[in-house]
Write a protein of this length. Structure first.
Length: 496
């Protein structure tokens, strides 16, 4: 176990060095969560407060830097390695190398490893969901035994509650525990201490999620509307699709097989399914991939949404690799899993160094080049004497807020007013585009199309300044057209 800890620490150190000195700039979502951290709150429109609070604490120590923002993700990846190692040991305590392969599996699954490169809600919620699953396993194993302890139940509530603060999908672990209990109730003997532990676990988890509940209760539950929108359901904040598009399901399946797992790991995981057939890891892990497969028949599904589920299944893969190695079986498959995973990890870690080559730059524009583009915006702002910048998308608004000189810089977002879903910018008081204080000023408009801006805003003229990145000048801002009107009190007012 000592050598496993050294291995995890070495991986942690490498990722620290890459974050501090590597080629990666912030991704759009990372910058957006950093914007949240500049406005501490009990919760936010699309997610809980966990990611914003973590970035706030980290940047207090390391400053508003790329490393300061990414550091919590690096720590969470190390936690995930440790808890996956512990889960693999619990599934197969007699398999000598189960702990080693358990710690290695998060590196060998491309989607999981890539999530550790970015400070988003993915790696943070995945890590604590795995911790909750390990605690749930310990609590379930001791049911009805004289040595039953309270600590695993308390850990389950705490880790699950923290995971939900980062991403609501982490609720699958306690949900799986309830389902697991109902199915196997007659086979288990619950002592009074077991019942007390389960009750305390629920209390601790609920206390952890109180900030989310309080924030939503004060605002008529907008987060619920957002989650329903993800599922393409009635009552959501997104338009309901007129019908199933086969490309959604095809993209979902291929994305999971080729990008998130990799074909060798997908095959190995299928062969390993029986190793965890009686475990909470299979019960909780299988829910999300299956749920989003069904969702793909009614809505487009992002590749990262089922990540938590695949991570919870990873200990089974670790045990399978360890057992196959001990038995000398499935040699070719083991080699393919290792080669595909390690090659993907190297690509994720070092490929952006190629971004300075013109032909390769387009492949990495989401994680490089932001500082240069922000400098271009700053130069135009100085030339035109524009007082503020409005971006067409929330990721662009956040990246400019971080990379423009004298960060943090106030940047507005017109995404919702241009017909897209709401974002937290529509709830921040200082980024309300309906405020009259902007009237009469010249503003820069970042990206979007001329037609979209003319359809959305009122001003004397929208003038194109340059094409890439596309920048416009709005002369004498007068407000928004159509659905929204200017407001004295910074609240979005629907026009009658």
């Amino acid at each position: 176990m000592k050598h496993v800890k050294i291995f995890i620490f070495v991986v942690l150190l490498i990722r620290v060095l890459l974050a501090a000195f590597g080629p990666y700039e912030l991704a759009g979502d990372e910058a957006h969560y950093w914007e949240w951290s500049q406005r501490p709150a009990l919760s936010y429109y699309t997610k809980g407060p966990g990611v914003a609070w973590s970035i706030l604490l980290s940047t207090e120590v390391f400053g508003n830097t790329v490393f300061g923002i990414k550091f919590p993700a690096i720590l969470c990846f190390a936690l995930l390695q440790w808890w996956t190692c512990q889960a693999s040991i619990r599934l197969s305590p007699q398999t000598e190398s189960a702990c080693w392969f358990g710690a290695a599996v998060p590196i060998l699954l491309p989607g999981i490893f890539a999530s550790g490169q970015f400070m988003t809600t993915d790696i943070t919620s995945i890590a604590f969901a795995m911790g909750a699953a390990v605690a749930a396993h310990d609590a379930i194993v001791q049911l009805g035994t004289p040595s039953s302890r309270m600590l695993p139940w308390l850990r389950l509530g705490l880790w699950a509650g923290i995971a939900v603060l980062f991403k609501y999908l982490a609720i699958v672990v306690p949900a799986a525990c309830v389902l697991f209990t109902l199915i196997r109730w007659s086979k288990w003997r619950w002592t009074a201490q077991d019942r007390l532990g389960a009750g305390l676990s629920a209390v601790v988890g609920t206390i952890c999620t109180l900030p989310i509940l309080i924030w939503n209760a004060q605002r008529d539950w907008p987060t619920l509307s957002h989650q329903l929108g993800h599922l393409g359901a009635e009552g959501g904040d997104a338009k309901i699709s007129s019908g199933w598009q086969p490309v959604w399901t095809v993209e979902y399946v291929l994305g999971q097989l080729l990008l998130v797992l990799g074909p060798p790991a997908a095959i190995a995981l299928w062969k390993a399914r029986r190793l965890g057939s009686e475990s909470i890891f299979l019960a909780s892990g299988a829910i999300l991939p299956l749920m989003f497969f069904v969702t793909s028949f009614s809505s487009d599904v992002e590749a990262n949404w089922p990540l938590t589920g695949w991570a919870l299944l990873a200990p089974m893969l670790g045990v399978a690799l360890a057992k196959w190695r001990a038995a000398g079986t499935n040699y070719g498959l083991r080699q393919h899993v290792m080669r595909w995973g390690l090659t993907s990890a190297l690509i994720v870690s070092f490929a952006p160094y190629l971004a300075h080559h013109e032909r390769a730059a387009m492949w990495f524009k989401r994680v490089t080049g932001h500082q240069e583009r922000a400098q271009t915006v700053a130069e135009w702002q100085e030339k035109t004497q524009a007082t503020h910048v409005i971006a067409a998308k929330y990721q662009d608004a956040s990246l400019l807020a971080f990379y423009l000189p004298n960060r943090p810089t106030l940047v507005y977002c017109a995404s919702h007013h241009m017909g897209r879903r709401r974002s937290p910018y529509d709830y921040f008081p200082d980024t309300d585009l309906t405020c009259k204080s902007l009237v009469g000023q010249d503003l820069l408009l970042y990206r979007g199309s001329l037609e979209a801006w003319n359809r959305t805003i009122k001003c004397d003229e929208v003038k194109i300044l340059q094409d890439e990145p596309r920048i416009f000048l709005a002369k004498n801002w007068l407000g928004l057209k159509g659905k929204y009107q200017q407001s004295e009190d910074r609240g979005i007012q629907k026009s009658r």
